[in-house]
Design a protein around this ligand. Structure first.
Ligand SMILES: CC(C)(COP(=O)(O)OP(=O)(O)OC[C@H]1O[C@@H](n2cnc3c(N)ncnc32)[C@H](O)[C@@H]1OP(=O)(O)O)[C@@H](O)C(=O)NCCC(=O)NCCS
Length: 405
């Protein structure tokens, strides 16, 4: 039977949600409130559903994001989400058809990059996505780590007081680190202020803490508490949502607060930056356990557009070849970059380094040294050219995406 792919109408939201929720092991409530929340967050023109005989058999959607880049500029980015195929129709190429619809839509809107978070790291490399923002999951026993005291004043506040402070702090930190997403009012409300009981995983409601300096908010954190007793001894956990601060003192103040809650000696966070500074600040860094994973992936859709959108900390000129098997943006380019700007032009020259579009996605935000990828066989080129390419692209601070979509 023929399968058509098209955006959904408002009436089809419940059927679309049912397929997504089942794929991820949940049950879509589809009450009026849930459907309304979906409508507010998702642009129906950017949904893609596969219909067979009137039934939804596969889903995907794109969020219209703005992502921070090295140097502080923002770029529009199509954030792919809600990719699912019903088990009866798997491995027949439906996801690939949805991906094509998504890419054509992004390119039509002039988005030079796309992003996503992957349920499994083996899926999206074939479509040109590279892991651009590593995530680090951490846990530590605060009674052993020796976190220094808070330089700023911290206060546990009600959500009503937290909201404005969080938005203003986030606006300040957004351009300072690549890979972060601008948050609309709707996004704040649904993703960061809503506190659905099903998200708590046995923990408390979300707590909000704001750090103040001279009376002004300089940082915030959110966390939940999970109570536990081990043979009468307190063994509870603080489950950190996110820690955002305008500078290192503000962040230290918040980590210090979450590390000093009586009866809750275990501190856990699911996503801190790969260049997180706390292990360098504590007395006993070995107490901090870290597990590196893949966070936000990036797909470069327009090589000149993407490379000229971001900033650079050094100056060089290098000829690169980019292999894009899907045919969107491959070619040989002369790439000249400096702190004052960059230029990328297609040339007919011998490349000094050759990368796949997937590897370029991995390098784009500056998380990974090109040398390591060359040693892994992912980049071809003389050692010196690879080193120059690496130096151009690396970003300090490292990219980080503090939220899954
Ligand atoms: C992942 C999922 C969407 C794949 O859908 P699908 O329609 O079966 O995928 P396709 O048939 O289009 O597969 C395209 C290619 O990807 C490969 N592929 C698909 N799923 C894969 C997976 N989980 N791991 C590795 N490769 C995968 C296929 O083997 C195929 O490879 P080929 O081109 O070399 O033959 C589907 O299995 C699903 O709904 N999974 C549960 C929800 C989920 O994880 N969604 C992703 C959210 S980020």
């Amino acid at each position: 039977m023929a399968i058509d792919i098209r955006p959904i109408t408002a009436d089809e939201i419940p059927a679309f949600r049912k397929v997504i929720n089942r794929a991820f092991g949940g049950d879509a409530k589809n009450d009026d409130e849930s459907v309304q929340r979906f409508k507010e967050q998702v642009d129906l023109d950017r949904t893609y559903a596969a219909f067979e005989d009137g039934n939804v058999v596969a889903t995907a959607a794109t969020f219209s994001f703005e992502m921070s880049l090295p140097g502080g500029a923002m770029t529009p980015m199509g954030g792919l989400t809600m990719v699912s195929v019903v088990p009866t129709h798997r491995r027949r190429g439906l996801m690939s058809r949805l991906m094509t619809a998504h890419f054509e839509d992004c390119i039509g809107r002039g988005e030079v990059v796309g992003g996503l978070w992957a349920s499994e790291s083996s899926i999206y490399g074939r479509y040109g996505y590279g892991n651009a923002c590593p995530v680090v999951k951490v846990n530590f026993d605060s009674s052993k780590a020796g976190v220094p005291p808070a330089p700023d004043t911290t206060r546990i506040v009600d959500i009503s007081e937290a909201k404005d402070a969080m938005k203003s702090i986030y606006a300040q930190v957004l351009p300072k680190r690549p890979g972060q997403l601008a948050r609309s009012e709707v996004w704040w409300e649904h993703r960061h202020f809503r506190d659905a009981p099903e998200w708590r995983d046995g923990a408390t409601e979300r707590r909000y803490v704001v750090a103040y300096r001279d009376g002004d908010p300089v940082g915030y954190t959110t966390f939940r508490q999970k109570s536990k007793w081990d043979d009468g001894m307190p063994g509870g956990s603080i489950v950190v949502g996110e820690v955002m601060g305008i500078d290192t003192e503000a962040r230290l103040s918040l980590w210090s607060l979450v590390s000093s809650v009586d009866l809750f000696p275990n501190v856990e966070a699911w996503d801190v930056p790969i260049d997180w500074e706390l292990p360098y600040q504590v007395d006993n860094p070995r107490a901090i356990k870290r597990l590196i994973g893949d966070g936000q992936y990036v797909r470069v859709l327009d090589v000149p557009g993407a490379l000229t959108a971001r900033g650079y900390q050094s100056e060089d000129s290098i000829v690169i070849s980019v292999d894009d098997p899907q045919g969107f943006t491959g070619g040989v380019y002369r790439f000249h970059a400096s702190p004052d700007g960059s230029e990328v032009v297609e040339v007919d020259e011998e490349p000094e380094v050759a990368v796949s579009i997937t590897t370029l996605g991995q390098l784009y935000l500056g998380a990974t040294g090109a040398g390591s990828l060359a040693r892994a066989g992912k980049i071809r080129g003389e050692e010196d050219a690879v080193r120059r390419f690496s130096r151009l692209l690396l970003s300090d601070p490292a990219p980080w995406c503090p939220e899954v979509y």
